[in-house]
Design a protein around this ligand. Structure first.
Ligand code: ATP
Ligand code: MG
Length: 395
């Protein structure tokens, strides 16, 4: 089937008044950006409370559909066939040809749902429904009509041209990126943090990311893996500016000065502090992590409290209540899983103690951090100043 256009549906619940225009304009913008990466030329237009992506040239249908399925805010995508209004007899032929091509097996129940934007059309919607329905029953004897729960609803929109569609392909839902501020994702090479970034981007938040790299303990390959993960997440939320912070000297200093069972917690507190500094410089309003209660020693409720204590920005932890398998399922769905499980060490595993504290006492942690007084400010300063920036993803 050759489609000429897509009708893009979006959920409007809670999006009213002025916000609705913001929502729609942001969605149009994101759809345009997504289609830029697809072969072919498109115009994206808002028309009477609907959004259409019209092809202006030949295009790669599967690629266009895949791109639209990644645009947050889209609840469904309906590929359209547009026919010229050449009289009702011609429309009958076109409607039959449409069903013939889209549905190889003609054994379903259906209903015709006509709408006229063009009120000059010689038939009413009711007449179109009835006459097209009759014709389809005659043409395809295996079909039957079910007006309440049809398996196929053939929509016929009579405008200056006539749109035919029946397929409603689910989109990702969520809110268009750009409608909800900006946040900084602490992105490691693991499974959880890319999923966390995806989930917050899905709520309309622009994502930036920071990765703590510890050469030579973490390899160049580990860094490339994180860059690739940022690129994969950017296919949904748009380009991600990734800040790569050299964390080696800070880790070694903590390793030298502090009790080893507290290393992970203290390191994580410094990741949050540095993440927050870069976040503030980049006008981010929150931090995002892939933490989930109880997953590892550094994610017990006590450890999370100890990590949280150093943050003044809100920390968004969208997978906090998820089991690992639930996170894996999302990672697979969004296409980050295969990259995440490539076996490159991340900086935490190298310095991890045999018996890390699982119930850190915040006063003790603060006391241990006191031993870093001499050099830590300078080391943090240098780490922030020397951060490398990599722009990941389209645009
Ligand atoms: P993930 O699968 O996301 O790596 P994890 O199960 O390995 O998570 P931790 O290593 O304890 O858990 O990390 C918890 C969170 O801290 C991560 O989800 C991520 O947000 C952040 N984080 C951990 N290591 C780094 C790093 N090297 N750079 C940036 N953020 C990190
Ligand atoms: Mg990790």
């Amino acid at each position: 089937m050759r489609y000429q256009s897509f009708l893009i549906k979006y959920a409007e619940i809670g999006v009213k008044g002025k916000n609705r225009y913001m929502f729609e304009d942001a969605l149009v913008k994101q759809i345009r950006l997504a289609l830029q990466a697809v072969e072919g030329e498109f115009e994206v237009v808002k028309e009477t409370g609907r959004i259409y992506a019209n092809a202006l040239s030949d295009f790669e249908y599967e690629d266009a559909l895949a791109a639209l399925k990644r645009v947050f805010g889209v609840s469904a995508i309906c590929p359209l066939v547009q026919v010229e209004d050449l009289g009702f007899e011609e429309l009958k032929k076109q409607a039959a040809a449409y069903l013939d091509q889209v549905y190889p097996r003609k054994d379903f129940t259906f209903k015709v749902d006509a709408r006229r934007a063009n009120k000059q059309y010689p038939k009413t919607s009711e007449e179109i429904n009835r006459d097209l329905g009759e014709m389809l029953l005659e043409t395809f004897p295996g079909l039957s009509v079910d007006v309440h729960h049809p398996q196929v609803m053939l929509h016929v929109e009579v405008r200056s041209r006539i749109n035919l569609y029946s397929q409603v392909i689910p989109g990702p839902g969520g809110m268009p990126v750009g409608t909800n501020g900006r946040a900084m994702l602490l992105l490691s090479g693991g499974i959880d943090s890319p999923v966390a970034g995806y989930m917050i981007a899905k709520r309309g938040v622009v994502i930036e990311a920071v990765y703590f790299h510890a050469p030579p303990y973490t390899s160049e390959r580990a860094k490339e893996k994180v860059v690739e993960l940022a690129r994969l997440v950017s296919r949904y939320g748009g380009p991600i500016r990734l800040h790569i912070v050299n964390f080696t000297d800070i880790q070694l200093y903590i390793y030298d000065q502090c009790p080893h069972e507290e290393l992970t917690i203290i390191m994580r507190r410094y990741m949050m502090r540095i993440g927050e500094r870069i976040a503030r410089e980049q006008k981010c309003l929150g931090l995002i992590t892939g933490e989930s209660i109880g997953q590892v020693a550094s994610q017990t409720v006590q450890s999370l409290a100890a990590t949280d204590e150093v943050c003044t920005m809100p920390v968004f932890r969208p997978v906090i209540g998820f089991d690992k398998q639930e996170i894996v399922d999302i990672a697979e769905k969004i296409g980050t899983f295969e990259t995440s499980i490539q076996p490159f060490e991340d900086c935490c595993t190298i310095f991890v103690a045999k018996h890390p504290v699982t119930r850190p006492d915040i006063r003790k942690i603060r006391h241990s951090e006191g031993k870093l007084a001499e050099r830590i400010d300078q080391l943090v300063e240098t780490a922030v100043e020397t951060a490398e920036v990599v722009d990941c993803g389209r645009r």
